[in-house]
Design a protein around this ligand. Structure first.
Ligand code: BMA
Length: 341
């Protein structure tokens, strides 16, 4: 079923989107007539191939935002030595990307943060006056959440790591709540962690993080091993709409899918709705075959305030980057009828 906003080109949305901008050039493709899915893939996926740079082994799990009438982003680029690094990139249409050949060199006046060891799975979130970047950052070669910011995607500043190792999937909220910045994270271990819950922590200054609250843990089937936050939360009049990944352990290893949930507006650790099933799981060849098979891993969403259209960027098989689409009304309607909370 087409939602109202799909049928009418977004002229009458049921759900009100708060604090998002118009993105008239949001990358978009209508849902194919024969498709019933809540989220549908871009036909020309993957939009970023593994060898977009002469030095790249793979480009995936990356984050994009609207920037100066077009788009900018921070990309996970694993090079051919298999170093995991972050690169800036720019695009006019959100589909064709110009990725900088050199990795981001963060500037910092904190000596302990100065040595870059590895960085992966970046998220980018505009808050107040700048673009914050969070990523999985090595500290003593152990993963935790790095925090930095940029105004122009040319010069990048690094702050303190948010937490002690081991932690991954740090995702900021786009505004303060109750006076504090808010961040999801997923405490983990040193390896390919066989467990994992989503937590929220708060900070008055982007340096000191506390008031840790549990949001949700693994559940049945597709998300039975571990879960982790994905793109920046989307604020609506009904609460925070989020996409998150869930992992199942099969006889052949992990399978990464993703779904949606709705969190309380003022106390986002309270889960109002949680999808009963995945919305995207690895099914296309580029999601099933690559350096790590069977991974769909969302790290960014663009939302057009006028139409409620959402474009989600997701890593495919730890190799390349895909794009898929839905609308706020479509996901919310599905959650209304398919929640397991
Ligand atoms: C996680 C992270 C992600 C990756 C996923 C599947 O632990 O390393 O970057 O996409 O595993 O390999």
């Amino acid at each position: 079923m087409l939602s109202l906003s799909e049928k009418k080109g977004g002229s009458s949305m049921n759900v009100k989107i708060l604090n998002e901008k118009s993105i008239p050039n949001l990358p978009w493709q209508d849902r194919p007539a024969d498709c019933q899915d809540v989220i549908w893939r871009y036909k020309a996926n993957p939009i970023i191939k593994r060898n977009i740079l002469p030095t790249s082994n793979s480009v995936f799990n990356s984050a994009v935002v609207p920037f100066e009438g077009g788009f900018a982003g921070v990309f996970r680029v694993d090079d051919k030595e298999r170093n995991m690094q972050l690169h800036a990139g720019f695009s006019k249409d959100g589909m064709n990307w110009d990725i900088q050949p050199e990795r981001i060199q963060f500037e910092t006046d904190i000596p302990e943060m100065a040595e870059f060891q590895y960085g992966y799975d970046p998220r980018v979130c505009f808050i107040e006056d700048r673009y914050y970047i969070t990523w999985c950052n090595a500290y003593g070669w152990h993963p935790t959440i790095g925090v930095g910011y940029t105004f122009d995607f040319k010069t990048f500043h690094q702050l303190e790591n948010a937490y002690l190792p081991f932690n991954r999937n740090g995702v900021l909220f786009p505004r303060r709540i109750g006076g504090n910045y808010m961040m999801f994270s997923r405490p983990s271990d040193s390896g390919h962690t066989p467990f994992g819950d989503i937590y929220i922590s708060q900070s008055p200054d982007m340096t000191y993080w506390g008031k840790h609250r549990h949001v949700m843990g693994p559940s049945k089937g597709w998300e039975s091993t571990k879960i982790g936050a994905g793109p920046t939360p989307i604020e609506t009049d009904r609460g925070w709409l989020i996409f998150y990944h869930g992992v199942l352990t099969s006889c052949n290893g992990f399978v990464y899918s993703f779904s949606a949930a709705l969190l309380d507006k003022d106390e986002p650790w309270k889960v109002l709705k949680r999808g009963r099933s995945y919305l995207i799981s690895p099914q296309e060849l580029y999601e099933c075959v690559g350096d790590v098979p069977n991974v769909t891993f969302p790290c960014a969403n663009l939302v057009d305030a006028d139409t409620g259209r959402i474009a989600i960027y997701y890593g495919c098989a730890d190799t390349c980057t895909g794009l898929c689409f839905t609308t706020v009304d479509t996901v919310m309607d599905w959650l209304d009828h398919n929640s397991q909370v």
